[in-house]
Design a protein around this ligand. Structure first.
Ligand SMILES: Nc1ncnc2c1ncn2[C@@H]1O[C@H](COP(=O)(O)OP(=O)(O)OP(=O)(O)O)[C@@H](O)[C@H]1O
Length: 247
């Protein structure tokens, strides 16, 4: 479970995330949607304690991320698939993480197998394609068999088979009671994968509801059309007028 309350992040004059309150529940896949620059990555970084909120708070499974004694068992995250040392192999990257987090070596072999990297497990990642890096990023997120998964654009660079595999993986994790929070720009894929959506535009909450009800009430037949409609009106932080109201 992820609970954000009044979550706000300013970078100087720029308000990247404004007063976001939402809950991501276990047992379903929750899509995190928004146009470019809407604040999705900033929100995910705050959930993971990598950015400090200017205001508000966010907890994962009841505590701030940093307060968990064994965070990899609580939360698995994929933020940037390229953030692996190019001289390291998947096996050694995962082994180092497992050892520093008190996880058994058997988990390393399990997740390598699960993401289909067994044949290249000992090859340096420097020449990996983006799709192979994404698979390694997903393996890293799964390493601690965590209750909660936070994945930022996990489909980037994946081929059709890879996309179908991620869809099945996320649905299976949710069916096993995990909390799955996943951002993507691929609306067709999200429509097939997510049960619930949190939509933001220009840093603000636009929708937090079941995907089926969002599409049904939009008057459109696809998530993509409903999404474009919903977010087209997201005005970027209207400047207050002299009397304090928004123009
Ligand atoms: N470190 C930073 N310093 C200043 N501005 C930032 C910083 N990080 C993000 N921003 C700004 O905050 C806003 C939200 O960015 P963010 O990367 O969270 O959006 P996003 O929804 O993940 O976008 P995309 O879909 O394009 O990846 C953007 O306007 C971005 O330029």
């Amino acid at each position: 479970m992820i609970e954000a309350k009044g979550l706000t992040k300013r970078y100087g004059d720029k308000c990247a995330v404004e007063d976001l309150t939402f809950t991501v529940r276990p047992g379903i896949v929750t899509g995190f949607l928004g146009p470019n620059g809407a604040g999705k990555s900033t929100t995910m970084r705050m959930i993971l304690g990598l950015d400090r909120p200017t205001r508000g708070s966010v907890t994962v499974n009841g505590k701030p991320y940093a307060a968990h004694r064994t965070p990899l068992r609580e939360v698995g995250a994929l933020l940037d698939a390229r953030a692996v040392h190019p001289g390291r192999s998947p096996y050694h990257h995962l082994l180092a993480l497992a050892q520093s987090n008190g996880l058994p070596r058997s988990r390393v072999l399990d997740v390598i197998e699960a993401v289909g990297l067994a044949d290249i497990a000992k090859r340096r990642t420097g020449r990996f394609s983006l799709g192979m890096e994404q698979r390694l990023g997903i393996a890293t997120a799964l390493l601690g068999d965590p209750h909660t998964l936070i994945l930022d654009e996990p489909l980037n660079g994946l081929d059709t088979e890879g996309i179908r595999w991620v869809r099945a993986l996320l649905r299976d994790l949710a069916a096993r009671g995990r909390t799955v929070f996943v951002s993507s720009h691929l609306m067709t894929e999200m429509a097939l994968t997510a049960d619930h959506v949190v939509v933001i535009g220009k840093g603000r909450l636009v929708a937090d509801r079941s995907l089926a009800s969002l599409v049904a009430d939009s008057g459109h037949s696809s998530l993509e059309d409903a999404f474009v409609d919903l977010t087209s009106g997201a005005v970027e932080f209207p400047a207050p007028t002299q009397n304090g109201s928004h123009s």
